[in-house]
Ligand binder design. Structure first.
Ligand code: GDP
Length: 443
């Protein structure tokens, strides 16, 4: 889960503020203090935290407010805006263009997650209908070839590499030429990573860069290093023309907030974040969506993407029922089963408002979903197909279902809460689902 701890601490501070009977300076000060503490614990630079605190306080100057303004909403909006600003690099990354080759060169230190991320990005675009290919130009690390080849096979993305060729420049050139001649649209070149930022790594990067003239150099950075990310990003950018950054391992790493804000401060746009070892644990990074998820506000745009990638939009009848909030428990069971196949429940759950900080939000979301599927297996057909199961649910039904599935009544209750959130969220998506893949890219 993306920075669960940071998110729930900030959301908690906001919640306590909104629960206060009177919203005055003292209450806001307390909230600002709590938010600052949470950010520092996430390794955000102290000076930056101080600035954010100052801006929040300035943004909620009660004395200057006209009467009748909703103070709670105002404070929430100011906090939301400042968190977005913290993650704003102020620069736009390269956007690949359909119907032509887009060459991406990946750079980064060994172990940062570069090879995994190359595969994730190829898979991401392939799922969206782009023709994607992977080139292994890492001749330094033994096993790099096999790793990328196996990854590529798992996600069924074409791969180019050589066991015998030792010149990375040669392989990169051949691979890119081959994919270009075959009209590939997304061509991803994985280059060597070393343990340190040694000169040989930078020299090699430079040579590959000169020959390839890629559309974009993507720097892959391990989010676990926190604000140290700043120095690394600067060092890489000084050697090759880094166009954007992907921050990996944001799942379960307390320092992720530090890494993201430090990268943004170097004016390198973050395009994607890595959220786990699975190839689909990868999300486009868009600051507002990210902050919405961080604070447990849900992310309808992200959910629309998930719906699309699961092919739900190709089932108009189901989409109609989903967006009318009329879908049954059986529909939810089918969708959960589908989503489980993708193996990234935690990041999907984050997109539902109200679920991201619930009991479901831990990293083993997959396990929780299995429990829900057990529970649903103990429901009768009438319950599964009822247009609104919550209307017929009562204590004796809950007790029967709990007994049948070997789970507790509390867990059955939790499933009912999730069902309610599914209903609410999908009905809010009404009219937001794109009609065709082209529109999806614009969302
Ligand atoms: P490279 O040396 O930079 O190419 O790194 P690899 O792609 O081999 O990844 C190093 C390790 O990090 C592997 O065990 C990956 O599974 C793991 N990894 C990569 N990205 C993520 C991520 O987003 N989250 C987590 N938890 N692990 C990741």
């Amino acid at each position: 889960m993306v920075l669960t701890e940071l998110g729930s601490k900030i959301a908690g501070a906001l919640h306590r503020m909104t629960e206060s009977t009177v919203i005055d300076e003292e209450v806001v000060d307390q909230m600002v203090k709590e938010i600052g503490k949470a950010l520092i614990e996430s390794d955000v630079n102290v000076r930056l935290v101080f600035e954010i605190q100052k801006k929040i306080k300035k943004g909620v100057d009660f004395e200057a407010l006209p009467p009748g303004v909703n103070k709670r909403k105002l404070v929430q909006n100011v906090v939301f805006d400042e968190l977005c600003n913290m993650l704003d690099s102020g620069k736009e990354p390269y956007r690949p263009k359909k119907g032509r080759p887009n060459v991406f060169m990946f750079v980064g230190l060994q172990g940062s997650g570069k090879t995994t991320t190359c595969t994730k990005m190829a898979y991401y675009y392939q799922k969206k209908g782009w023709k994607a290919g992977l080139v292994c130009a890492d001749t330094f690390r033994a096993g790099a070839f096999d790793q990328l080849r196996q990854n590529a096979a798992k996600v069924k993305v074409p791969f180019y590499g050589s066991y015998t060729e030792t010149d990375p420049v040669q392989i990169a050139r051949e691979g890119v030429e081959k994919f270009k001649s075959e009209k590939f649209e997304i061509i991803i070149v994985d280059t060597s990573g070393r343990h340190k930022q040694e000169k040989a790594l930078f020299d090699e990067m430079q040579q590959v860069y000169d020959v390839l003239q890629p559309n974009e150099v993507i720097f892959v950075l391990d989010g676990a290093i926190g604000q140290a990310a700043k120095d690394q990003a600067i060092a890489f950018r000084a050697t090759v023309d880094v166009g954007s950054v992907i921050v990996t391992k944001l799942d379960g790493h307390a320092k992720g907030g530090g890494a993201l804000s430090a990268v943004a401060a170097t004016q390198c746009p973050i395009t994607f974040v890595g959220l786990g070892e699975h190839f689909d644990q990868f999300q486009q990074f868009e600051k507002m969506s990210f902050v919405r998820r961080l604070l447990g506000m849900g992310d309808l745009r992200g959910l629309a993407e998930v719906v699309k990638s699961h092919g739900l939009d190709k089932q108009p009848e189901l989409m109609e029922r989903l967006t009318q909030g009329l879908f049954s428990m059986r529909d939810m069971r089918d969708q959960m089963t589908n989503m489980m196949k993708m193996g990234s429940m935690a990041s999907i759950l984050e997109m539902f408002p109200g679920l991201s900080h619930s009991q479901l939000s831990d990293a083993d979301g997959q396990e929780k979903f299995k429990v829900f599927l057990f529970i649903m297996d103990s429901m009768t057909d009438a319950e599964l197909d009822h247009p609104d199961i919550r209307k017929i649910m009562n204590a004796s039904r809950i007790a029967r279902i709990a007994k049948g599935s070997g789970r507790s009544s509390r867990e059955v209750g939790a499933l009912m809460d999730v069902f309610k959130q599914f209903q609410k969220t999908f009905s809010r998506m009404k009219g937001r689902m794109p009609r065709n893949p082209q529109d999806m890219q614009k969302m």
